[in-house]
Design a protein around this ligand. Structure first.
Ligand code: ADP
Ligand code: MG
Length: 229
């Protein structure tokens, strides 16, 4: 069987924040993540994990090297095309959920599709489906302030999934959750992985890191593959 297609391909990708003083946050590195893989990223605070994720998610452009996303050379894209590619192919989940507090779960998910101007009627249906997918079909009209931390993070995951991305990038997704609640979010990530989603999950927690099939470690901006099992 041929290997699955690469989703992320870094060749000599690095980023130095200009400063002053310049901060070499990610040293040039090579990395391939293929469709359907579940990769975790570990490393101490300030080591470059979010920098790595922001580059992978097209939120930041590398200052060195070449990044192919789904085979597309992202360095060759105009800003508008980068933004469009990000919107179509990448879902983000952050530690602090980033939900709008005065909008319902459904509205928060719908807002992720505001750039999708076609098929307005279909959007509401897709938002409902995404909330059902994360086990929150019965809480679709709830405000985030009425939801538990774990439920809020599941709304954020529904929002990340609704555009049907090829890649889900999570930056410390359980960092604000207690152990039991974190467990339900991690179980959901496992399910998404089983369904074929490509996952990259940053974590401080060795228990979370162990759920991935592969772990990448970053220390002082140096990325290395950590061989497990
Ligand atoms: P982590 O997510 O592992 O905690 P980050 O990727 O956020 O680490 O940060 C890596 C390094 O880059 C740190 O030294 C941080 O202070 C620095 N850094 C992050 N963002 C910026 C920025 N916008 N400008 C300058 N330096 C930054
Ligand atoms: Mg970080």
């Amino acid at each position: 069987m041929s290997p699955a297609a690469p989703v992320i391909e870094f060749s000599g990708v690095g980023l130095t924040y200009p400063g002053p003083p310049p901060v070499p946050a990610l040293q040039p590195c090579d990395l391939t993540i293929r469709r359907g893989e579940y990769v975790t990223v570990v490393g101490p605070s300030g080591s470059g994990k979010s920098t790595f994720l922001n580059i992978a998610g097209l939120l930041d452009a590398p200052t060195r090297g070449r990044y192919l996303l789904d085979g597309i050379d992202t360095g060759q894209l105009a800003d508008a095309d980068r933004t469009a590619l990000r919107g179509r192919r990448i879902g983000f989940v952050f530690q602090s959920f980033h939900l709008l507090p005065h909008r319902s779960a459904t509205e928060n998910v719908l807002l992720a599709m505001v750039y999708n101007t076609r098929d307005r009627a279909g959007r509401a249906e897709r938002a409902r489906e995404a909330l059902a997918r994360v086990g929150l079909g019965h809480r679709a009209d709830a405000l985030p302030t009425r939801l538990s931390g774990g439920e809020r993070q599941r709304v954020a995951i529904a929002r990340a999934l609704v555009a049907r991305p090829s890649l889900l990038l999570c930056d410390e997704p359980t960092g604000n959750l207690d152990t039991a609640t974190a467990g339900s979010v991690l179980a959901l990530l496992d399910e998404l992985h089983r369904d074929g989603m490509t996952l990259v999950v940053i974590t401080h927690d060795p228990g979370v890191a162990a759920r991935g099939e592969r772990t990448v470690a970053i220390r002082d901006g140096v990325l290395t593959e950590r061989v497990t099992a």
